[in-house]
Design a protein around this ligand. Structure first.
Ligand code: SAM
Length: 184
């Protein structure tokens, strides 16, 4: 029972300018958030970092899913190719248009491939120009992880985070108190 967007749309995430020393945890959290909230691919630019790629694979060995984490060496070519192949680019930035004012328009983009771009350090002006939409999750500075989670959750109307993952070894037995997992 998946929401129509999960069926009709491919959701991918591009994290710009990863730095091995400073961003190891936050980029891994972005990949995990992408997976948990309905994206099927995770790309990152900047430093190539096996730690990010291994961390997401390790989580998936236990909890299932097959999100790939792929380093992109030439971000500009990648973005241009994405658009050339008919994909949509949505850049999340506090300077953009509030998501609530664009939600319907984005949800109506059925059968499109959507690349959601989040920054880290200063995002080059060309990204703002190339993006089909520059979307704000509120016009205050916060975090790329928060922005990504809210964006994915709103456009999938909360359905994506209820998804079951293929090949999971464990799943959680939800409860008010205590922690229980069951082997599948
Ligand atoms: N000045 C940045 C901006 O353009 O949003 C904030 C830098 S923040 C440390 C890193 C990333 O988090 C941004 O590139 C953006 O993708 C995301 N971000 C932070 N606040 C956001 C907001 N209010 N709406 C959408 N995205 C946001």
């Amino acid at each position: 029972m998946y929401f129509k967007l999960i069926i009709g749309m491919k959701l991918a995430v591009l994290r710009l300018s990863h730095r091995v020393v400073r961003d190891k945890r936050i980029s891994t959290h972005l990949a995990l958030t992408a997976r948990a909230f309905g994206a099927s691919e995770f790309f990152y630019t900047g430093d190539h970092d096996k730690h990010v790629e291994d961390s997401i694979q390790k989580i998936q060995q236990e909890w299932g899913g097959n999100l790939s984490a792929t380093h992109i060496g030439k971000p500009w070519n990648f973005l241009k190719d994405w658009k050339k192949q008919g994909g949509i680019v949505i850049h999340l930035t506090m300077y953009g248009i509030e998501l609530s004012d664009k939600l319907q328009e984005i949800q109506d983009l059925e059968k499109e491939e959507i690349l959601i771009v989040v920054g880290g350090v200063k995002v080059p002006g060309q990204v703002f120009e190339l993006a089909d939409h520059n979307i704000a999750i509120g016009n205050q500075p916060h975090s790329e992880v928060a922005a990504l989670a809210v964006f994915l959750d709103r456009i999938t109307e909360g359905e994506a985070r209820k998804q079951k993952f293929q090949d999971a070894n464990y799943e959680i037995v939800p409860m008010e108190r205590g922690k229980q997992t069951k082997k599948i």
